[in-house]
Ligand binder design. Structure first.
Ligand code: PGA
Length: 252
C-alpha cells in the first residue's frame, strides 16, 4: 500500500493574517509543479479563512492547530471542528506537545478532539512524543503506547481512515536537535506495529506516520529515507516559504 508523503507546516502563534497570506501565496507559487507529495500549512485560527481562500486551487492544503470538541456552545474563546471545516481547511493538528505541556491537554481530551474532528470530516493529525526525561528513563515506548491507545480509545476503524500520526519527540521540537535516524526508525516501526495490534494490519500499513522535531532542509532527506516515515511536521522551518519549499522538494 503506497502512502503519499505529507509535508505539513505548523505555523504556531506566528504571522498576522496579511503575513500568513503573503507566505501562503509565495509557497503556492513555488509548488505549482510539485507531484507525489501532499503539502499542508496550519496557520492560526484567525488566518485560516484568509489563507484558505488565498491558496484555493493550488496544491497547498490547510489545517488548523487545535479545536474544541463540542459542536458549538458557551465556550468563550474556543473554535469548533465545523467552524474549521467551513473555512476550507482539511486537516487539524491534535495533541501537539505544546498543547499538552502549556494547556494541560490529556489523552482523554485529545481523544474527544479526534472524534470531533472525524465527525466534522477533518483529517486529524494526532501528535505523540516523549520528553527528554521520559527518554532518559527508558519510558519512550510506554509513553507512546498510552498516548496512541488512549488518544484513539473507542474509535472504530471506519472512523480512522483519514488519521495521520505524528511522532514528535518533545526534546527535538524547536531545539535544532532532531532525533537520529536510528531513533526515528525504532519509534516509527514500533508505532506501526502498535496500530496493527490496536486495529488491523491493513489499517497500519495505510496510515501515514510523520516525523516532527527540528526538520530542516539539511536533514529532511535522511529522515524521509527512513522506511516508516511518511512525511514531516515542520515548525520553525515552515515559516519561510523559500526554506519550506526546500523541505517539500526533499527528493530533488
Ligand atoms: P520545529 O517544530 O520544527 O520547530 O522543531 C515542530 C513542531 O512543533 O511541530
Amino acid at each position: 500500500m503506497s502512502r503519499i508523503p505529507l509535508i505539513a507546516g505548523n505555523w504556531k502563534m506566528y504571522k498576522t493574517g496579511p503575513e500568513a497570506v503573503e507566505t501562503a501565496r509565495k509557497l503556492a507559487s513555488l509548488c505549482s509543479d510539485i507531484h507525489g507529495v501532499e503539502i499542508m500549512i496550519a496557520p492560526t485560527f484567525l488566518s485560516l479563512p484568509l489563507v484558505a481562500a488565498s491558496v484555493e486551487g493550488t496544491p497547498v492544503k490547510i489545517g488548523a492547530q487545535n479545536l474544541h470538541f463540542e459542536k458549538q456552545g458557551a465556550f468563550t474563546g474556543e473554535v469548533s471542528a465545523d467552524m474549521i471545516k467551513a473555512t476550507g481547511a482539511e486537516y487539524v493538528i491534535i495533541g501537539h506537545s505544546e498543547r499538552r505541556q502549556y494547556f494541560g491537554e490529556t489523552d482523554a481530551l485529545v481523544c474527544k478532539k479526534i472524534k470531533s474532528a472525524i465527525r466534522a470530516g477533518l483529517k486529524p493529525v494526532l501528535c505523540v512524543g516523549e520528553t527528554e526525561t521520559q527518554r532518559d528513563e527508558e519510558k519512550t515506548i510506554l509513553v507512546l503506547d498510552k498516548q496512541v491507545s488512549d488518544g484513539l480509545k473507542g474509535c472504530g476503524l471506519d472512523e480512522l481512515k483519514d488519521l495521520i500520526l505524528a511522532y514528535e519527540p518533545v526534546w527535538a521540537i524547536g531545539t535544532g536537535k532532531s532525533a537520529s535516524v536510528d531513533q526515528v526508525q525504532q519509534v516509527h516501526t514500533y508505532l506501526r506495529s502498535l496500530l496493527e495490534q490496536l486495529f488491523s494490519s491493513e489499517f497500519s500499513s495505510q496510515t501515514r506516520i510523520l516525523y516532527g522535531g527540528s526538520v530542516k532542509p539539511e536533514n529532511v532527506k535522511a529522515l524521509m529515507g527512513i522506511e516508516d516515515v511518511d512525511g514531516a511536521l515542520v515548525g520553525g522551518a515552515s515559516l519561510d516559504a523559500g526554506t519550506f519549499i526546500k523541505i517539500i522538494e526533499y527528493n530533488r
